[in-house]
Ligand binder design. Structure first.
Ligand code: FAD
Length: 374
């Protein structure tokens, strides 16, 4: 294996893999991805796979705009990745219901519908009886729901694999079970110290999820990040119990292929605990069964945890390092890294090639907290 590359990416989660894919698709750069564990084994395989550009974001701003632009890429991306590597990312385009349990939630959701419509995005109210015709297994206590027809979903494990496999078929090299330990910036380009020796990148991208802040410190950059632990579980049914994704009070239900249902997710800020706790399972099942009572007849499949990479203002870090011209950062996608992966990959590839207007990433600047007082 060569030790010199045009671009070295630290981290093989969905963000690192998407950047590798777009780099190989759009440029001639040689690309090495270095991953400390298995490719895609952290947050990217814990996700539910919702493409909640409207469900997750309800304030106008750079993230709302980016999320919508990224969501648009999925139908074509799904065909493209299948063609290149044969992996089906299980893109499902059946929309998403956000349910209301009482009158105050009804009012809140109706205001949100106005917000989305005023921003040119489709959203409409579905009253209780009509909702039960569309999703007959939902509880008749649900007062109604906001329907977001464009918020689809994918299988996040398959999407990460598809980015990695397609990047690899287009020529990217993947080095797993290898940890990036540090950097030498003393000459042009960057020497990357790893547990398997030294590699050289003309340019280096830090895409190491919630651990990116620790690597950034080695480059002198204060880039605060913290984990938000999430627990999810899955059940199987002989036939699908719902057809669209349903978000209810602090839980969501995402119907997958073959009668699987993913139920998520707890939120615990600051925790690196990898264990699934009984409390989390109880919380998820009781919230989910309030909206879909039949869920308790499902067959238990499994439960898991992951760490959402969060930043103080909820915006990801994407862009150039303020002092080292060959160092780039793409991390902190919190609850929406699956949704944001295609556009992050494309923007970062264009930035590395010098083809992206830096203005595009202004609000995501990695150094926006660098000068804050401790
Ligand atoms: P990761 O997937 O964590 O990848 C970072 C990688 O870097 C890891 O594999 C790690 O091993 C590696 N690494 C770290 N340090 C080093 C080092 N020193 N050297 C080498 N490698 C290193 N998003 C959505 O869009 N929709 C959802 O429905 C959704 N649901 C979620 C549910 C849960 C429970 C969780 C936890 C997250 C969810 N997310 C969802 C968020 C999404 O999963 C994340 O935003 C996304 O996976 C972040 O990707 P990443 O590549 O930045 O991080």
């Amino acid at each position: 294996m060569s030790k010199d590359y045009d671009v070295v990416i630290a981290g093989g989660g969905i963000i690192g893999c998407a950047i590798a894919y777009y780099l190989r698709k759009l440029t001639d750069y040689t690309v090495l991805v270095i991953e400390k564990g298995r490719i895609g084994s952290e947050a990217s395989s814990a996700a539910a796979g919702m493409l909640g550009a409207q469900a997750e974001l309800n304030e106008a701003g750079p993230l709302y705009t980016m999320a919508r632009e990224s969501r648009i890429l999925f139908p074509e991306l799904s065909r493209e990745l299948k063609e290149i590597c044969g992996i089906d990312i299980e893109f499902i385009d059946k929309g998403l219901f956000k349910t209301a349990g009482d009158e105050s939630e009804v009012l809140k959701l109706k205001r949100l519908i106005d917000f989305h419509n005023n921003n040119g995005q489709p959203a409409h109210w579905v009253a209780g009886p009509e909702l039960l015709k569309m999703e007959p297994r939902l509880s008749d206590r649900v007062a109604g729901a906001m329907f977001l027809p464009k918020d689809g979903q994918v299988n996040p494990v398959q999407l990460t694999r598809a980015f990695a496999e397609s990047a690899s078929r287009l020529g990217a090299v993947f080095l797993d079970f290898t940890e990036v330990a540090g950097f030498d910036f003393s000459q042009s380009g960057i020497d990357v110290q790893t547990s398997a020796g030294m590699y050289y990148g003309e340019k280096v991208v830090l895409a190491s999820g919630v651990w990116t802040g620790k690597l950034a410190v080695q480059s002198g950059l204060h880039m605060p990040m913290f984990p938000v632990k999430g627990e999810c579980l899955s059940l199987t049914f002989l036939e699908p119990v719902i057809t669209s994704t349903v978000i209810a009070d602090e839980c969501y239900l995402v119907p997958k292929r073959g009668g699987r249902l993913v139920v998520g997710a707890t939120m615990e800020t600051g925790s690196y605990d990898r264990k699934v706790r009984a409390k989390g399972v109880l919380e998820l099942l009781s919230k989910a069964s309030a909206v879909l009572p039949g869920i308790l007849h499902g067959e238990w499949e499994k439960a898991w945890t992951g760490f959402r990479p969060q930043t103080p203002d909820g915006l990801p870090y994407m862009g150039k390092h303020p002092c080292h011209k060959d160092l780039y950062i793409a991390a902190g996608h919190f609850r929406n890294g699956i949704l944001l992966s295609p556009l992050t990959g494309r923007w970062m590839a264009e930035l590395l090639e010098g083809k992206l207007q830096e203005e595009t990433l202004r609000e995501f600047a990695p150094d926006r907290f660098a000068y804050e007082k401790n």
